[in-house]
Design a protein around this ligand. Structure first.
Ligand code: BDR
Ligand code: CA
Length: 309
């Protein structure tokens, strides 16, 4: 099994990504680190613990808290999308029984990678604050992780917070810049270009049968789907974060190209934009495997099969 650490700001789609990672049977989850993002660090941590409890794996998978704010900016919560609690109101009655592991996410990531160099894949589905801190604290990390898969950015389409920026990059662009420029030999950007095509529909949810997990998926995505419908006129919602997990499970789900990508951090209008040098105008070495196409049906099959199992 592939050894992974998930870094999350557990909102609705992070939760679905965590469930996919648990249920696919192909990943060995060393731990889940949390960060400020969609909701506060505390809320993201509570939500993560609840999802592990829902899946019955709270004893097996450690949860470690990370950064409670972006490197240089103030928080920018996404309650409009994920609801006040981050899970669209689902699991509100569930008590949190799981206790988090002592220590900071940054140290957890560093320790795990050092213990098994070349073996750990980092799946990042949140602002990149924790990983930026880890790289600054222990620069050799870059050469000791197996690969980094980031849900974030958009290169050939529009943003979802500002006209040009995707949420995870927008919230902590300085951190994103550090991560992209760190020199990771294998860094894959699973951006909105592809995640917008990974659409979960009501039919998919119905196909999950009637289990605590399917009822949770239904409840947590109800408003999320409604908002998607209001904007795009389609009854569905994008599985941004689960697709990053999907890429960790099966790389052939996406087509990537190796490009130089940088993050804008000094523009009033375009902060958080991921600028992809498609034509190598800057003559820089490529640093990012950019996802340009996705086999969405295959991914949705993988997702529904795992959650049904
Ligand atoms: C990303 O932003 C967050 O709101 C989601 O959880 C996902 O990680 C999509 O842009
Ligand atoms: Ca997320």
């Amino acid at each position: 099994k592939k050894k992974v650490i998930l870094d999350v700001d557990t909102g609705i789609d992070d939760a679905l990504g965590i469930l996919l990672a648990i249920r696919c049977g192909q990943l060995d989850i060393l731990g889940i680190t949390t960060v400020n993002g969609n909701v506060s660090l505390d809320q993201a941590t509570v939500n993560t613990c609840k999802i592990l409890q829902l899946a019955g794996v709270e004893q097996e998978i450690p949860v470690v808290r990370g950064a409670d704010k972006p490197l240089m900016r103030t928080s920018y919560f996404e309650h409009r999308v994920h609801g006040q609690d981050g899970l669209g109101g689902a699991l509100s009655e569930m008590p949190v029984l799981k206790t988090v592991q002592e220590g900071h996410a940054t140290d957890f990531i560093i320790e795990q990678v050092r213990r098994q160099p070349g073996e750990v894949t980092l799946i990042m589905t949140a602002p990149l604050t924790n990983l930026a801190l880890a790289v600054m604290k222990y620069p050799a990390l870059v050469h000791e992780v197996k690969e980094v898969i980031v849900m974030g950015g958009v290169v050939a389409s529009f943003g979802n917070v500002t006209p040009t920026a995707e949420y995870n990059i927008y919230v902590d662009p300085e951190a994103a810049k550090i991560v992209l420029q760190a020199g990771f030999p294998s860094l894959t950007l699973v951006g909105l270009d592809v995640t917008r095509k990974a659409l979960l529909t009501e039919e998919h949810i119905q196909s999950l049968g009637d289990t605590p997990i399917s009822r949770y998926v239904q409840e947590s995505t109800a408003d999320y789907m409604k908002r998607y419908y209001e904007r795009y006129g389609v009854r569905a919602c994008a599985l941004h974060d689960p697709l990053a997990v999907g890429v960790a499970i099966d790389r052939t789900l996406v087509t990537t190209k190796h490009y130089y990508v940088d993050v804008e951090t000094k523009s009033e209008l375009c902060d958080g934009q991921t600028v992809c040098d498609f034509q190598n105008r800057l003559s820089r070495e490529p640093n990012v495997h950019v996802c340009l196409e996705v086999r969405a049906d295959e991914f949705l099959q993988l997702f529904t099969r795992a959650l049904r199992a």
